[in-house]
Structures are given as structure tokens and as C-alpha cells.
Ligand binder design. Structure first.
Ligand code: C2E
Ligand code: MG
Ligand code: MG
Ligand code: MG
Length: 290
């Protein structure tokens, strides 16, 4: 009967719920363990950000990966939300910041031609509202020797929505040090254009969901054009995320988008691969000269 079927379905559903709840708990335990005892399970990958005008790599975005002993590589999309919920993001974030600054400083020393390259680090809401975050960032720069102007912090709209006044205060202090502030995933959150001119934002990153279909069918072309115009009118620059095809690249160049990152150029890479690029002083001139 329908009732029995309903019950059976309910039981299946219930079992699935239970499985996913214990999966989450297991993931949380493993994450806590990795954080406390086995930090070598965390790795930073680096994705190049390219000038769409010169074809030069201008810097890298640091993206965390977790090498889980049984599961293999766990995507940040699967554990960063959990880390935020449990507060573990505070320690993870500090690890990421230190690691990223230290790595970029090492590259600056190792490859003189890389001195202008910057490192972009993702910051989440819980990190910004820690009481000593300003001191922490300042100390990390001092300890690693990285110039503040080489560091870019990527924040999201939702971070601002949670506690605008506090975030605004901290972010203004950080930019006063000469650290750049970038607005990540622009257009996907509960956006309010109200904060854009109230914060010292240097660059808007257009979310890849908009970049996705500007190439072939062009549904998002006008949205991207509007974001580029808005940013330029506010004296900000624009980075397009998730460029995968040469058509998307050409459209973005036609719209005068300043920077881009995506699999069309390179995916996030391990440090050793980045060093090969830096040693060759790699440039995309040939792709872009038409
Ligand atoms: P995000 O900051 O917007 O980073 C861009 C994401 O797009 C990265 O995913 C990157 O690998 C991916 N991506 C880049 N180019 C392409 C492309 O051409 N096609 C496609 N399909 N994807 C592309 P990833 O590394 O999985 O990171 C996902 C999100 O996790 C990040 O989004 C960021 O919000 C968060 N995250 C990553 N690392 C950290 C971290 O160290 N701290 C914090 N708080 N969040 C992080
Ligand atoms: Mg980002
Ligand atoms: Mg992004
Ligand atoms: Mg994004």
C-alpha cells in the first residue's frame, strides 16, 4: 500500500540521514585530529591569476586541500563550512595565512623576477571577528618577512552581512597596513551594493557562475559587463574566476576585465609546479596577442 511504501521510503531516508550525520561527525573528528596532530595532511595549492592585458601572471590564490588518509583529497567545499561551524576555521585560517605568506616570501627570494607577485588568501567571517586578528596578520607578515603589499585578502559578501561594523573596522586597519582587500564570489551572496563604497575594496572577483556562460550562448554577458563597469566607475579592478575557454577569455578582454584565473590558464597547483613556472618566467603573451 501507499502507506507501507511511504514508511519504507521514510526508513530509507532516515537511514541516509543517519549515515550522513555520522559521516559528518567522522569528518569533524578527522579534521580535529588533522588540525591538532597531523598538519601535514593540509596542503596549499596555488592558482595563477593572469593579467588579461599583458598575459603576465600577477600572483596566485592560495587554496587549501586536505589529504585525508582514507578519503584522499577532500575539497575545501566539503570541509571549510564544517570548519566554520565548529570554529576550527580560526586555526586552519592561521595555518593557511602563515603558510601562504612564507611560501610567497620564499619565492620572492628564490626568483628575483617574481618580486611583484602577490598571494591571495581567503578569509572567512569567523576569522575577521577574532579579537586579535589585526595583530595576528601583522605578526605573520613580520615573522615571514612578506611585504604587506604582497598580500591580498579575499572576503565574501556574507562575511560583511554578519557583522558589518566590526568587519569594516578590522578591514580598514588591515588595508591601512597596505594589504589589498578583494571581494570574492561577487554577485552570489545576499548582495547589497551599499557596502561597496564604504569599504576599501581594491578588486571585485566575478564568480565563475557568471563567467560560465558568457562565451557560447552569452546569457550572462550583460551582467558581467555591468559588474566591470560598476567596478571601474568605483576605481576598482575586476578579476574573472573560472575562465575555461578561449571564447570566455576573448569576451572578458572585450569587456576590459583586468585579470582572470581558471583552468584555461592553469588549475591550482602544488608549490613545486609553481616553481617551474617561475623559473621559466612564464607568460601568456602568445595566447592573448590576437
Ligand atoms: P574561491 O575562493 O572562489 O576559489 C575559487 C575556486 O574555483 C577554487 O575551488 C578553484 O579551484 C576553482 N576554480 C578555479 N578555476 C576554475 C575553473 O576554470 N573551473 C572550475 N570549475 N573551477 C575553477 P576550490 O579550491 O575547491 O575552493 C573552493 C572554495 O573553498 C573557495 O572558493 C573558497 O571559498 C574556499 N576555500 C579554499 N581555500 C580556502 C582557505 O584557505 N580558507 C578559506 N576560508 N576558504 C577557502
Ligand atoms: Mg577566493
Ligand atoms: Mg572566488
Ligand atoms: Mg567562487
Amino acid at each position: 500500500s501507499a502507506k507501507a511504501l511511504g514508511k519504507a521510503r521514510y526508513e530509507v531516508f532516515d537511514q541516509k540521514m543517519h549515515e550522513s550525520a555520522s559521516l559528518l561527525l567522522e569528518l569533524e573528528t578527522a579534521l580535529r585530529h588533522a588540525l591538532l596532530l597531523k598538519q601535514d595532511e593540509f596542503r596549499l595549492y596555488y592558482q595563477p591569476i593572469v593579467s588579461l592585458i599583458t598575459g603576465r601572471i600577477i600572483g596566485f590564490e592560495a587554496l587549501i586541500r586536505w589529504h585525508h588518509p582514507e578519503r584522499g583529497i577532500v575539497s575545501p567545499q566539503d570541509f571549510i563550512p564544517l570548519a566554520e561551524e565548529t570554529g576550527m576555521i580560526v586555526s586552519i585560517g592561521q595555518w593557511v595565512l602563515y603558510q601562504a605568506c612564507q611560501q610567497m616570501h620564499t619565492w620572492h627570494e628564490q626568483f628575483p623576477s617574481s618580486l611583484n607577485l602577490t598571494i591571495s588568501v581567503n578569509f572567512s567571517g569567523k576569522q575577521i571577528t577574532q579579537t586579535d586578528i589585526f595583530k595576528q596578520v601583522k605578526q605573520t607578515l613580520q615573522q615571514t618577512g612578506l611585504e604587506p603589499c604582497s598580500l591580498k585578502l579575499e572576503i565574501t559578501e556574507s562575511l560583511l552581512m554578519d557583522n558589518f561594523e566590526l568587519a569594516n573596522t578590522v578591514l580598514s586597519e588591515l588595508t591601512a597596513l597596505n594589504i589589498e582587500l578583494h571581494m570574492d564570489d561577487f554577485g552570489t551572496g545576499y548582495s547589497s551594493l551599499n557596502y561597496l563604497h564604504r569599504l576599501p575594496i581594491k578588486t571585485i572577483k566575478i564568480d565563475r557562475s557568471f563567467v560560465n556562460n558568457i562565451g557560447s550562448r552569452g546569457e550572462n554577458l550583460e551582467i558581467v559587463r555591468a559588474i566591470v563597469t560598476l567596478a571601474h566607475n568605483l576605481n576598482m579592478s575586476v578579476t574573472a574566476e573560472g575562465i575555461e575557454t578561449v571564447e570566455q577569455l576573448a569576451q572578458l578582454q572585450a569587456l576590459e576585465c583586468d585579470f582572470g584565473q581558471g583552468y584555461f590558464f592553469l588549475p591550482p597547483m602544488e608549490g613545486a609546479e609553481v616553481e617551474t613556472l617561475l623559473a621559466a618566467n612564464f607568460c601568456y603573451k602568445n595566447f592573448l596577442s590576437n
